[in-house]
Ligand binder design. Structure first.
Ligand code: C2E
Ligand code: MG
Ligand code: MG
Length: 950
């Protein structure tokens, strides 16, 4: 039914917003679009149009009132409507797709469609295609752009190339790359422009207060176009019957109108049109490519798509280049550190050696001078204050240090009594070399009078918005200069880490030269890190100083470190430990204590830190291990397991907290390594139990805690008892019954399986010999053997001896092995030898691994025990029954007997009989019982050798 005019209504676009009302100026759903396109929104339920922009007459030749309520297919054609309707489902993230469509009424006209599903609507934005020179030319231009980007080696040249090539491609007057810095402030780092427009290059913008949802939007909508700042918004009409009076949520629309504030701002800047492409690295907004034009400029949709692709390429290259640069810096720093080591290697008094090699000590820190105070000597190198002033400054800093190092970039502000040193020592970075003495090194940097160019009046309005224009400058654009005195160039994170590494290298050299034993001192001789003693001391002091709001301990252990030592040698192992120590310092930052406990175990103690912050550091460590280490000049990758514990989470003593972090680390290792685990009491208790059980298992036999239980096996046809499976039982004095599924893997892991396996074998054989003699002479006993046992060379001999020792004939013994035996090619001859003894071999839990029946005869196997999982729904589910029957058939064809395990229902027994299965075992017939109980059964219910009345 066609809607009447009255049922349709116009949803008036919002009035201009108050430019000073920033709250309301956040991202809002406007009810109008820019005029260079057309918007339709259809209900997903029936694909009828619920909203349309008021310019349908101009674009499609149909009045908007007539479009509302129509099926979408009437406008875009059946095929396109069907395609669009099959877009992503509601609930999944909004992901716009693109399509070129021909209108059914005017098939020669092609339109570009951008469509996506949002809530219960399918939103379609249509724009005229404006081919400029065709795809061939564009593809060619794209190729040359990509080639240009590919050869850019540094971040700067990459951004320069990106700005220049996007300008060439799009023809905007100005294209700039804007980068967000870590503290949120931003900077124009590359610009390509028409000489007639103002330069914005190198302008800084204070930390932005862009609302979170605006950032979010740049993450989701990778391009944003304002074609003409003087545009007249086109209202969006809604079909009231479908929509109520609900305005359309246009969060994800490309054609959305732009805030009037932004428009006002752009106009003030002399900008007639703009286009923004997001740069995203590691799912974060890294920066933006911002294009400005003095006059209106409509980017054709095809070209916008290209720019979006380019934005993605640039984003990717930014990530790669950044990581390359990081690695290159890392290598340079390492080389510098090695050089410092070489200088000190021949020996001599460290202070004097260093004083003779000023370059080696200053260059790594990009410092101009230093005070070396070691072993009772004080030496100045490079440009420094007087010895007296330098020593006084060092003393003052030592009093304030937290973790053996400290850096200021405005000494005069931090310690006003040293303000007179500004010209040579605005910056000072210090390391201490022993907790108890004032040995250390202090580096200096001169004052750098800094001029920062801020865009606009940073104090009153946000500069970033100057570019993006979400807010309004009180005055027209005015760049202003700020001059800063009394500051040196800042100490970077990498430089602080370098200082700590030098601290390590110097400590190692001092220890070496002093011939001290590392255990007696405070530092680890290999890595130069504080040792266990320092850590325990710090933990104890922290505990004594009263309850802390929080403190966390991070325990780090390199995965498979032993392999490095074993295969690459101890020197490589040492080298790796030194580098790991350096990385951990870099990740932990200046405020935390990084200690080496010994071996490949390191601990970071973060005082006054929450678990969340501990997690952040742990993440950083895992990430830092993604960069390869260098062993003998070659990249070497390794990973680490990390355990995290929080003080006050139930542990009492210092040792407990260390233990907690340690056991969380062990849990991380148990879960496969390369991860971190936060300590929880359950994790701890589980581990404790495990360690305890592992230890106790060794004595379990002597203490008579281990017994064999027997579970009967019958012939399916006739229910005759034919033998028993021997199953181990362990009654632990504290933990009670421990399942073999838990302790057998432990025994395998510790190697105790050989002992316990031999014991079971003899116990089972002894018992079955007795029962054969007293009750039924053809009974057998099936003993489970672990693959580890078979892998031992003398297993056949063990079996033979056990048979002889107990006086049991070999046909009374079956051995059950699991499918994993197939992974052990060396087991093949062993199995054959055993079979030759007359012992039958069964594959246990068949169907849970990956083996194929066809391998088994080759392996000297004569029976398969089908896993319990095959019996689920057998008899009720036709497909399951058919599968079971097929397996039995195949096994028989290969001359293998089949036993079904875990029979619990009579219907299962009936069904497997139908399927011609040979043997059965399960709770229905009997649970595993002790030898004593079995004997009573022999005298009672089993007296005739039958288990169920047939
Ligand atoms: P398995 O060899 O597959 O043993 C059968 C398991 O199924 C036994 O568990 C048995 O108690 C259980 N079972 C038997 N009938 C039923 C039933 O109707 N329903 C259910 N739900 N379960 C049934 P158990 O005794 O806990 O043994 C677990 C596993 O430990 C054994 O699996 C075997 O792999 C291993 N194991 C036990 N004893 C030894 C041993 O002496 N040496 C070695 N290497 N492994 C052993
Ligand atoms: Mg078994
Ligand atoms: Mg089994």
């Amino acid at each position: 039914m066609e809607p009447t005019a009255r049922q349709k209504m116009l949803l008036t676009p919002r009035r201009d917003v108050d430019v000073h009302d920033r709250e309301r100026e956040s991202v809002h759903p406007p009810s109008a679009i820019q005029p260079h396109g057309l918007l339709l929104a259809a209900r997903c339920s029936d694909l009828r149009i619920a909203y349309a922009s008021a310019n349908t007459l101009e674009v499609l030749g149909v009045a908007t009132e007539s479009v509302l309520g129509l099926p979408l297919a009437h406008i875009v054609g059946d095929l396109s409507a069907t395609l669009m309707a099959s877009t992503n489902s509601p609930g999944s993230p909004v992901a716009p797709r693109r399509l070129t469509i021909s209108l059914p009424k005017t098939p020669r006209r092609s339109l570009h469609a951008n469509y996506y599903r949002h809530l219960d609507l399918l939103i379609v934005e249509l724009e005229e295609l404006r081919e400029e020179g065709g795809w061939d030319r564009r593809a060619e231009r794209m190729e040359s752009v990509i080639e240009g980007l590919r050869i850019a080696e540094t971040l700067t040249s990459l951004c320069d190339t990106a700005a220049a090539s996007i300008r060439r491609l799009t023809g905007y007057d100005r294209v700039m790359v804007y980068r967000f810095h870590r503290d949120g402030h931003g900077e124009v780092i590359a610009e390509d422009r028409d000489p007639e427009v103002d330069a914005l290059l190198n302008l800084h913008f204070p930390a932005s207060d862009i609302p979170a949802q605006a950032r979010e939007l740049h993450l989701q909508q990778r391009t944003r176009l304002v074609a003409d700042v003087d545009y007249t918004p086109v209202p969006v009409l809604g079909y009231v019957e479908f929509t109520g009076k609900r305005p359309l949520d246009m969060t994800y629309c490309e054609l959305r109108t732009v805030s009037p504030v932004h428009i006002r701002y752009l106009k003030k800047m002399g900008v007639g049109a703009s286009f923004v492409v997001s740069l995203i690295d590691d799912r974060k907004l890294w920066g933006l490519i911002v294009c400005h034009h003095r006059s209106p400029r409509l980017m054709p949709p095809e070209l916008r798509v290209l720019c979006e692709v380019l934005g993605r390429i640039v984003s990717m290259l930014v990530g790669v280049t950044q990581r390359d640069e990081e690695f290159a810096n890392h290598l340079t720093n390492r080389a510098r550190l090695e050089r410092l080591g070489e200088v000190m290697a021949p020996g001599g008094l460290v202070a004097l050696v260093l004083a003779d090699h000023p370059k080696e000590l200053l260059e790594p820190m990009n410092a101009t001078g230093a005070l070396i105070q070691l072993q009772g000597y004080s030496r100045l190198i490079g440009e420094t204050p007087s010895l007296e002033d330098a020593r006084a400054l060092m003393n003052a800093m030592q009093l304030r240090q937290a973790a053996g190092h400290l850096a200021y970039e405005a000494v005069g502000e931090a310690l006003p009594e040293f303000a007179h040193l500004t010209s040579v020592a605005s910056g000072a970075a210090m390391i201490s070399l022993a907790e108890s003495s004032d040995d250390g090194v202090l580096w200096f940097r001169p004052e750098v009078v800094q001029t920062i160019n801020w865009g606009g009046n940073a104090l009153e309005w946000n500069g970033l918005e100057l570019i993006l224009g979400r807010n309004c400058p009180p005055e027209p654009l005015a760049a202003w200069e700020q001059t800063r005195f009394g500051h040196s160039a800042p100490w970077t994170v990498a430089e602080i880490a370098m200082a700590q590494n030098i601290q390590g290298a110097l400590t190692a050299a001092l220890l070496h030269h002093a011939g001290l034993q590392a255990q007696l001192s405070y530092f680890d001789g290999l890595t130069g890190l504080p040792n266990r003693r320092v850590l325990l001391d710090r933990l104890a002091r922290s505990a004594k100083s009263g309850p802390k709001p929080s403190a966390c301990l991070i325990f780090i252990d390199i995965d498979r470190f032993r392999m490095v030592n074993d295969t690459l040698g101890h020197r490589a192992g040492d080298d790796l430990l030194i580098q790991v120590g350096q990385r951990l310092r870099e990740c932990a930052g200046a405020r935390h204590l990084v200690a080496r406990l010994g071996g490949d175990e390191f601990v970071i103690f973060c005082e006054n830190h929450t678990l969340e912050e501990g997690r952040v550091i742990s993440h950083a460590i895992m990430r830092s291990f993604e960069l390869p280490f260098l062993l003998s000049g070659k990249p070497f990758r390794c990973v680490t397991s990390i355990g995290l514990a929080l003080a006050g989470s139930g542990q009492t003593s210092v040792a407990d907290m260390l233990h907690a972090a340690d056991s969380a680390m062990s849990a991380a290792k148990q879960r496969g390594g390369n991860q971190f685990v936060v300590f929880e009491n359950q994790v701890h208790e589980k581990l404790l139990r495990q360690i305890q059980l592992e230890q106790d298992l060794f004595q379990a036999i002597e203490r008579d805690e281990i017994h064999v239980h027997f579970q009967p096996q019958i012939l399916v046809n006739g229910h005759r008892l034919i033998g028993f499976e021997a199953l181990l039982r362990w009654k632990h004095p504290v933990y009670g019954d421990v399942s073999p599924a838990e302790f057998i893997p432990m025994a395998e892991y510790t190697g105790f399986i050989q002992t316990i396996g031999g014991w079971v074998l003899r116990a089972a054989l002894r018992q079955i010999r007795i029962w054969r003699e007293r009750f039924f002479p053809s009974l057998f006993v099936a003993v489970n053997v672990s693959v580890k046992q078979i892998a031992a060379n003398d297993f056949t001999r063990t079996v033979q001896l056990a048979l002889e020792e107990t006086g049991t004939p070999s046909e009374a013994l079956h051995l059950e092995v699991t499918e994993s035996i197939l992974m052990q090619p060396s087991a093949e001859p062993q199995l054959r030898e055993i079979q030759a003894l007359g012992v039958k071999i069964a594959i246990d839990d068949f169907g849970t691994g990956y083996s194929s029946l066809s391998y088994l005869p080759r392996l000297a196997v004569s029976e398969v025990k089908l896993d319990r999982s095959f019996l689920e729904n057998v008899g009720t589910d036709e497909r399951k029954t058919a599968l079971f029957s097929a397996i039995v058939g195949m096994a028989h064809a290969l001359d293998l007997a089949v036993v079904a395990e875990g029979i619990e229902e009579i219907s299962q027994l009936d069904c497997i009989r139908e399927c011609c299965c040979d043997g059965a075992q399960g709770y229905l017939l009997s649970r595993p019982i002790s030898a004593q109980n079995a004997e009573q059964m022999f005298l009672g219910d089993w007296k005739d050798g039958l288990l169920l009345a047939s």
